[in-house]
Design a binder for this molecule. Structure first.
Ligand code: ASC
Length: 153
């Protein structure tokens, strides 16, 4: 029984190892780009709402803020080491050289997006605008340091 369990554990580890090794580097680029696109799209809707170009219902506003907050929580899973030179990518290699600093920038965004969600639920436009500025500032903070101006070909 012990040998059998050990065998299962070894096969499990091998399968897990193989699965991990087989994830193509550019899959993580596709993943994080998709996440950022969803985040930017819904952040843009909130921006248009604040500027009076769109009139989101309270439910739409909350949903958009929820998307921004959710993407901020999951998108960083796509920053896998070795993907900085993959095609169609703007992530600078500095991300992996300054990983702790990059994590700080990530934490900054993740600290701001729940405030946006709370403000979207609260219905106060000034509070929404302030929270929007907090999120936008943390986007910019990270882009300035870690986003290349041009897509890597
Ligand atoms: C957006 C968007 C970003 C951020 C950033 C804020 O709407 O797509 O990447 O805001 O421009 O500075």
């Amino acid at each position: 029984m012990k040998t059998l369990l050990l065998g299962v554990a070894v096969i499990g580890a091998l399968v897990a190892g193989t699965a991990q090794a087989q994830v193509p580097a550019d899959r993580s680029v596709v993943y994080r780009k998709a996440g950022f696109q969803m985040m930017a799209n819904h952040f843009g809707r909130i921006n248009a709402h604040i500027k009076g170009e769109r009139n989101l219902t309270p439910a739409q506003l909350e949903l958009s803020a929820q998307v921004v907050d959710s993407m901020a929580k999951v998108v960083y899973d796509g920053f896998i080491e070795g993907t900085d030179q993959s095609k169609g990518n703007k992530a600078k290699p500095e991300i992996w050289k300054e990983w702790a600093k990059f994590k700080d920038a990530q934490a900054k965004l993740q600290g701001e997006t729940p405030k946006l969600l709370a403000a979207a639920k609260g219905g106060d436009k000034a509070a929404l605008q302030a929270a929007f500025g907090g999120v936008g500032g943390s986007c910019k903070n990270c882009h300035d340091a870690y986003q290349s101006k041009e897509v890597i070909q």
